[in-house]
Design a protein around this ligand. Structure first.
Ligand code: PAF
Length: 283
């Protein structure tokens, strides 16, 4: 597998592939790969001739006091794992190549980035859509894939691609979970064993919500009250948000009428975890 570190080299390579008629797929990551990332890589292999993963811990999507400095990094391991699932190129630029001195251009998707994580992490989504927009111009993919754990991110990226007429197919992939239900995340490494145990309450509360809907409950407030009970019973847990939203517009949903996003962000100790599921009244 080839490692490309320079933006200009990546662009030249992408141009060459396109001239040869090759279809390019991109898996954007911040590295420290887990099985969720590898599943995305395996999936795009079937959609393209060339699979590129980007590994870039994007400074502009972290707010002051967030975990940019201590975000886990292990490029050697990432390269080894990605190679095993058939990735052709790892694109790993430096921050100064991505944001050279004088950099001042950003992409902002407005409405869908305001609630949920947008409310608790001001500037986060502007950082995400900016770097993803840049990666699209650099890697020039025909298709790109994102995990549904960052559901709002996926909604914002789809919106950006539609609004800016980017000719790129965006694929989503369901959340990949550990056997006990914990959604895979590079940040799970921050949890000690007691916190990891408490973190299971996120997926437990989502399952409880699904059960309530199956039993006929349609009132969001009633379901959210149960979800909150489960989360708040965990030691050292603080709910950032637990909300019902329309899965495309991210408008608040008072009732479960069609597919409805139940989205959670919860601090377990100092670690902020997110999880979600789609509740379906017809299921
Ligand atoms: O989901 C992530 O890992 C990041 O937000 C992304 C899409 C790679 C942009 O930095």
């Amino acid at each position: 597998m080839r490692i490309i570190e320079k933006v200009s080299e990546m662009q030249q390579q992408a141009d060459a592939w396109r001239r040869e008629g090759k279809r390019i797929a991109l898996v954007p990551t911040m590295g420290y790969l887990h099985r969720g990332h590898l599943t995305l890589m395996q999936k795009v292999r079937n959609h393209a001739d060339i699979a590129v993963m980007s590994v870039f811990v994007n400074p502009i999507q972290f707010g002051p006091g967030e975990d940019f400095e201590r975000y886990p990094r292990d490029m050697e391991r990432d390269v080894r794992l990605a190679k095993e699932v058939g990735v052709d190129v790892a694109f790993s630029p430096s921050a100064t190549d991505m944001y050279p001195e004088g950099y001042q251009t950003h992409i902002e998707v407005t409405e869908v980035t305001r609630p949920l994580c947008g409310k608790s992490r001001p500037g986060h989504f502007q950082g995400v859509t900016t770097v993803v927009g840049k990666l699209f111009h650099i890697v020039k993919p025909h298709t790109a894939i994102f995990g549904e754990k960052d559901f709002q991110q996926l909604v914002a990226i789809r919106r950006m691609v539609r609004d800016l007429n980017m000719d790129i197919e965006i694929l989503g992939h369901p959340i990949v979970r550990e056997e006990d239900g914990l959604a895979m995340s590079s940040r799970n490494v921050y949890l000690n064993s007691e916190q990891r145990n408490n973190a299971l309450r996120l997926s437990q509360s989502l399952r409880e919500a699904q059960t309530l809907v199956r039993q006929g409950e349609r009132n969001s407030a009633a379901i959210l009250a149960q979800v909150r009970n489960i989360l708040e019973a965990g030691k050292d847990m603080r709910i950032d948000y637990a909300e019902m939203r329309h899965p495309e517009t991210l408008q608040e949903a008072q009732q479960i009428e069609g597919p409805t996003l139940l989205a959670l962000a919860v601090f377990v100790g100092a670690t902020r975890l997110i999880d979600n599921c789609i509740l379906n009244a017809s299921a």
